[in-house]
Design a protein around this ligand. Structure first.
Ligand code: ZN
Ligand code: ZN
Length: 297
């Protein structure tokens, strides 16, 4: 990919919502119930280890810093009912306290102060995930939520060596009722793939009960329910083929996570190969622009 191509794609958009970005984030600590005020940049440095790990190369840490900052600023109304902007859990971004920041993550925040991803003049809640499995997903195919940015799926070979690039899981038929109950059906006789999005991910599945009652569920919700029952390493993504035998459903899949936006394993490998932060952002956030807001308070 040529530098000129990237430069045009990453041409600075107009500054967005600067005054709001400078206000400290109010973070709801879910264990204590307290709300802590934390500057945006200190928050970004502290969430990076939990989201991508402190050992990632600088360009990958910086790309993740831009994503984490964008996500936090775009989602800061999420906990308004509780007098906060964001919570400290997976629901928003994992924040374990300011002491989680390291020299490397502080450097990544400092190297990207105020840098955010925007679309149509607004900061986007930039999605990211562990391993895309070869192709990223379109956010609107993952979430039933109009607030999500319109990003274009891209091919990605950089994560092919990562753990979780390829996976399989056997779902015993006798466990199907448990899954059905988690998805709002009292029981189920069988499950089938009912739809795929244009990147090939399973967008819908259908559960059918004895007597014919059925329910169509989103791929995202199926994976979430399976993860809650069998752990995150069961149905690692919705990019899977499903076959069945008398006793089980066999899922063979690619990637780990929802697949939208930044592929962390791919970003780490690209940074190791010498790609820049902007090249990484330009690939995984195709459709968005890089802009700068005043986030230093
Ligand atoms: Zn939250
Ligand atoms: Zn990838």
């Amino acid at each position: 990919m040529g530098a000129a191509f990237l430069a045009s794609r990453l041409a600075a958009a107009r500054p967005a919502a600067s005054s709001l970005a400078a206000r400290p984030l109010r973070v709801l600590r879910t264990v204590s119930g307290r709300v802590e005020e934390i500057s945006v940049e200190a928050y970004v440095a502290a969430v990076l280890p939990g989201e991508i790990g402190r050992r990632a190369p600088a360009a990958a840490l910086e790309a993740q810093a831009v994503a984490a900052r964008s996500y936090a600023l775009a989602r800061r109304t999420r906990h308004a009912d509780e007098g906060a902007d964001l919570c400290d859990a997976v629901h928003c971004q994992v924040f374990l306290g300011l002491s989680s920041a390291t020299a490397e993550t502080r450097a990544a925040a400092a190297a990207t102060v105020g840098v955010v991803l925007v679309q149509k003049g607004r900061i986007i809640p930039a999605p990211f995930h562990a391993v895309c499995g070869g192709r990223t997903a379109r956010p609107r195919d993952v979430w039933d939520d109009e607030e999500n940015p319109d990003l274009f799926p891209v091919e990605d070979d950089a994560c092919s060596g990562a753990p979780g690039f390829a996976w399989s899981f056997s779902l015993p038929r006798k466990e199907l009722p448990r899954l059905a109950q988690a998805l709002g059906l009292p029981e189920a006789r069988f499950v089938e793939v009912y739809g795929r999005d244009d990147t090939g991910r399973v967008s819908m599945l259908r559960l059918v009960a004895h007597g014919g009652a059925s329910r169509v569920v989103r791929g995202f919700d199926f994976r979430k329910a399976a993860s809650e029952i069998w752990g995150w390493a069961s149905v690692r993504s919705t990019a899977f083929e499903m076959s069945e035998s008398r006793t089980e459903y066999f899922l063979a899949g690619r990637g780990t996570g929802h697949g939208a936006g930044l592929c962390q394993a791919g970003a780490i490998e690209r940074a190791r190969r010498g790609e820049t932060r902007d090249a990484i952002l330009g690939l995984y956030y195709r459709g968005a622009l890089v802009s700068t807001v005043d986030s230093a308070s």
